[in-house]
Design a protein around this ligand. Structure first.
Ligand SMILES: Nc1ncnc2c1ncn2[C@@H]1O[C@H](COP(=O)(O)OP(=O)(O)O)[C@@H](O)[C@H]1O
Ligand SMILES: [Mg+2]
Length: 355
């Protein structure tokens, strides 16, 4: 069978409605061939529905879906060259690891010996050589997950889909398995659409991230862009922690904005935002605590200080509300009631439009 290699995926104005529920609302995106793109967002925002539309397990109510530049909008799952790794793995419990992995080619009618060879090759790739004759119930969660990956890879699909693939694993294993998936994707040059609600996982594995909220795309970009240049409050808050504060843009000159944060004034990239009300998203590590009375800072009072090993979590009461501050590097604990000044680091403070 001639293999097509990894393919791009493109959504053009795609919507999915179930009766009165709009699960996906007019979204547009492109996944380049050979890239790993993550759909990230809270439960119910439309991630699984989007993945199922790529697979052909749901047919879009509206819009166009292209795989490798070819319109597949109306094609069934069987006629698309796409495989999916499900959240539950969905292994066949009564079949051996080998038979699970050989399922795809067998169903395609490729013959027993050839199917077995293809399965053995992919099982070795995911580190399961020697486990061929076991049954799923005789494997750990991480091993079952790899069988599911081998089974999805066996026909070398143009696009591989993962729906929350780590949710059945414990925290330590999750980190390792996500790295394995990323390595495999890069080594084999796979096109992957990956779904998670976990922002750290998304930052760790992705070439690009599509942040979804309420059936729409809130922002799309490289991990670093989303963290450093969130374009709205939802993204600022969902990717990493952020203090979201109402501010006044006093003036804009050459795309630099003078912004009043309470009684302090900072100059920030304007990002197209004009004078008037706006918000800033401030990363907890971008708030610097110092002796009270520092010029250009906000006066504050320590409310809480918690020791978390490599950092302190601190709540500071200020005129613009309670601020969440993180300090790294073996700092002294600060007693509640201590007066401080709060100033702003050069990066980690971003102007965003008012909600
Ligand atoms: N088959 C269905 N019938 C009716 N509503 C559905 C169906 N599948 C999903 N939905 C609804 O669509 C929305 C998005 O669901 P889903 O794509 O599963 O979200 P996510 O994967 O981001 O948690 C939810 O409100 C969900 O209840
Ligand atoms: Mg889901």
């Amino acid at each position: 069978m001639a293999k097509a290699g990894p393919a791009s995926v493109e959504f053009r104005n795609v919507s999915m409605r179930y009766g009165a529920v709009t699960a996906v609302d007019n979204i547009n995106f492109t996944i380049e061939a050979g890239k790993l793109v993550t759909l990230l967002g809270p439960s119910g925002c439309g991630k699984t529905t989007t993945l199922r539309m790529i697979a052909g397990l749901e047919i879009a109510s509206d819009g166009q879906i292209l795989i490798g530049g070819k319109d597949v909008t109306k094609l069934s799952a069987a006629d698309r060259d796409v495989s999916m790794v499900f959240q539950s793995y969905a292994l066949f419990p009564h079949m051996s690891v080998l038979d699970n992995a050989a399922y795809g080619p067998t169903v395609k009618g490729l013959g027993k010996e050839q199917s077995k060879q293809m399965a053995l090759e992919k099982l070795a790739l995911v580190g399961l050589k020697g486990f061929e004759n076991r049954y799923p119930s005789e494997l750990s969660g991480g091993q079952q997950q790899r069988v599911a990956v081998a089974r999805a890879l066996v026909l070398e699909p143009q696009v591989l889909l993962f729906d929350e693939p780590l949710s059945n694993l414990d925290a330590k294993l999750r980190r390792r398995v996500r790295e394995e998936i990323r390595e495999l994707q890069q080594d084999l040059n796979l096109t992957v659409a990956y779904v998670t609600h976990d922002q750290e996982e998304a930052l760790a594995v992705s070439d690009r991230i599509i942040v979804m909220s309420n059936a729409r795309i809130a922002q799309e970009g490289a991990p670093r862009d989303l963290y450093e240049q969130p374009s709205n409050a939802f993204v600022a808050d969902f990717i990493g922690d952020a203090n979201l504060i109402d501010v006044t843009v006093k003036a804009v000159t050459d795309d630099r904005a003078d912004v009043a944060i309470g009684s302090a004034t900072v100059t920030l990239p304007a990002r197209g935002i004009g004078p008037g009300s706006a918000k800033v998203a401030i990363r907890p590590e971008a708030l610097l605590l110092g002796e009270p009375g520092l010029g250009g800072s906000l006066p504050g009072t320590i409310r809480k200080c918690a020791y978390l090993g490599n950092h302190l979590d601190i709540m500071v009461e200020t005129e613009v509300g309670e601020l969440f501050v993180v300090q790294y590097g073996g700092r002294e604990m600060l007693a509640p009631g201590t007066a401080v000044s709060v100033s702003f680091a050069k990066s980690g403070v971003t102007l965003i439009p008012p909600a």
